[in-house]
Design a protein around this ligand. Structure first.
Ligand code: ATP
Ligand code: MG
Length: 224
């Protein structure tokens, strides 16, 4: 493994449950993510995996700690700069596809490109072909199978060539066959685009195929 893309140092996060009660969810995370790797994050429910992914994706801020992304100190930036960074450099894939129901597959991917200021209809089409949906581009989410909708979500995550794609249980809502084909697709896209991925998963087979398994327990990384 080569160049560091993301460097997390001493990330902590607590949630206030009651006036006197603080729930410590992340207790000091140090982690490097390398360019073009597929890193799996595994661990029991409640370990803090999604919380960590949200912080890396700047959907949430840590209480303490720093994140350097391509040597930029992200949480020292102004909120507007952070939002701009997020739209350009972070791709998200969730357990449920979260596509906009009133728009077609192509429009869903294209809109993500427009939001980041790229407006690249050609790339949106190319990516839908790349994920195997050449003949489903003009279908709305309700006219797609679960596996197809997740492929659209993957094309959408890729459309701005983000520095990283963060996936939170991307196969969690799919049957084995569809899950396997999504896994295969993610590896194909990494090989083709040198795309970096962090994938939270409960799927042991998937985790086992990744370049690295990062195991979390009770707010800490317990092994790599
Ligand atoms: N906004 C919040 N307010 C209070 N507690 C929260 C909040 N978000 C998460 N938590 C708590 O933080 C802990 C870690 O949650 P997190 O979602 O990161 O777990 P996880 O490892 O992703 O679990 P799972 O595998 O079930 O998705 C949980 O105990 C959860 O209840
Ligand atoms: Mg989670």
């Amino acid at each position: 493994m080569n160049e560091v893309l993301i460097e997390l140092k001493n990330i902590t996060k607590s949630y206030r449950i009651t006036k006197n009660n603080l729930l410590k969810v992340l207790k000091g995370i140090d982690l490097n993510i390398y360019k073009s790797e597929i890193a799996a994050i595994v661990g029991k429910s409640g370990a803090g995996k999604s919380t960590l992914l949200h912080i890396i994706g700047t959907l949430d801020k840590p209480d303490t700690g720093t994140m350097f992304f391509d040597k930029k100190d992200i949480f020292s930036m102004m909120d507007k700069q952070i939002a701009d960074f997020r739209s350009k450099d972070i791709g998200f894939i969730f357990q449920f596809h979260h596509l906009l129901p009133e728009f077609t597959a192509l429009e869903n991917v294209h809109i993500a490109s427009r939001i980041a200021g790229n407006d690249d209809d050609k790339r949106a089409k190319e990516l839908l072909i790349e994920v195997g949906l050449e003949d489903r581009m003009h279908h709305k989410p309700s006219e797609l199978s679960g596996g197809e909708a997740q492929r659209v979500a993957i094309a959408r995550a890729l459309v701005n060539s983000p520095g990283i794609i963060l996936a939170d249980e991307p196969t969690g809502n799919l049957d084995t066959e569809n899950a396997d084909s999504i896994i295969e697709l993610i590896f194909k896209l990494r090989d083709k685009f040198k795309q970096t991925f962090i994938i939270v998963t409960h799927n042991e087979e998937f985790a086992g195929k990744c370049d690295r398994i990062i195991k979390m327990s009770d707010g800490l990384i317990i092994n790599e």
